[in-house]
Design a binder for this molecule. Structure first.
Ligand code: FES
Length: 304
């Protein structure tokens, strides 16, 4: 079943200012919330109508509470600005079920690279790895004081943490990440791109929190598998935008090819994949696509 952004109704019960323009929120429910795998995220529907994805901090220990942290991004499209200025204790917010594919793999040797607010999904993954008795190194890269320094200092695995403050020590040297195990990274696109260029495929697991994706391109057609209706997607619109304009109720959240909410089955036709959600193998199979950013070539038949 497709999760929607209205599956959960959560109440802001705590709002805590953290260093680096970050606010941590405790979002609670009076009934037990679904458990989640460390690394998962939820989508929040903001009062502005925007839907934004945020990683869940930690593990599923408290069944009545999810934690998220939101960094103020002046260049954002308004999500973090509204949250910082308007989401206060006592307010209710709609949210999706926890989801996502950023999760621990079954290997011995692991390294975490947490840059800035990208630390949020990695804390719970490190908690889980530590609980299973497997060793790891946790690089926490910040500019100045880290929003989660306080929490990491209290971890039983604190001795596995390597702090790097780029204000004091300059750019982090990625060549430190030698070894043969998995690398789990979350942070800005520049860091993830650099890691992708350096670390062999199959060893790197990344979670992007912003994706500068080009959604426009050549005109194509979408045939709806349900009734045969054909919708033209012009050059300046994404497939999702064309469907919404045609009155089709297609689910979406991030609109950046990250969250997977808009991924739909493709029964026929060729896809020009542009998302960061599907794996290389899934993209190569040409049987599903992220409608918010990927495009078709000619005509594609889609199940919505
Ligand atoms: S809406 Fe998030 S991947 Fe398309």
């Amino acid at each position: 079943m497709q999760s929607t952004v209205d599956d959960l109704r959560l109440k802001v019960t705590k709002r805590i200012e953290r260093p680096g323009d970050v606010i941590e929120f405790y979002l609670t429910s009076e009934t037990p919330l679904p458990a989640f795998r460390a690394g998962a995220h939820i989508d929040l529907r903001l009062d502005t109508g925007l839907v934004r994805s945020y990683s869940l901090v930690g593990t599923s220990q408290d069944p009545f509470c999810y934690r998220i942290a939101v960094k103020l991004e002046p260049a954002s499209r308004g999500g973090s600005q509204w949250i910082h200025s308007s989401l206060v204790e006592g307010m209710q917010v709609s949210a999706s079920l926890p989801k996502g594919r950023f999760a621990l793999q079954n290997t011995e040797d692991s390294t975490f690279v947490a840059a800035g607010i990208g630390v949020t999904p990695l804390i719970g993954m490190a908690d889980e790895l530590h609980a299973s008795g497997r060793p790891f190194t946790f690089y926490y890269l910040t500019r100045g004081q880290g929003a989660f320094d306080h929490e990491l200092a209290g971890k039983t695995w604190a001795s596995s943490i390597q702090r790097h403050d780029s204000l004091a020590n300059g750019r982090f040297d990625l060549s430190k990440l030698s070894g043969s195990g998995n690398i789990y990274a979350c942070g800005p696109a520049s860091l993830l791109d650099a890691l992708s260029a350096q670390v062999p495929k199959g060893r790197l697991w990344i979670e992007a929190f912003s994706n500068d994706v080009e959604t426009t391109g050549g005109e194509f057609e979408i045939e709806l598998a349900s009734n045969g209706e054909v919708i033209l997607v012009p050059e300046h619109l994404s497939a999702l935008q064309a469907l919404l304009e045609a009155g089709i109720d297609a689910p979406f959240a991030c609109e950046e090819g990250i969250c997977g909410t808009c991924v739909s089955r493709v029964l026929d036709g060729q896809i020009d994949h542009r998302d960061d959600y599907l794996t290389e193998q899934e993209q190569a199979a040409q049987d599903q696509m992220a409608l918010c950013c990927s495009r078709g070539i000619g005509r594609i038949k889609v199940e919505i």
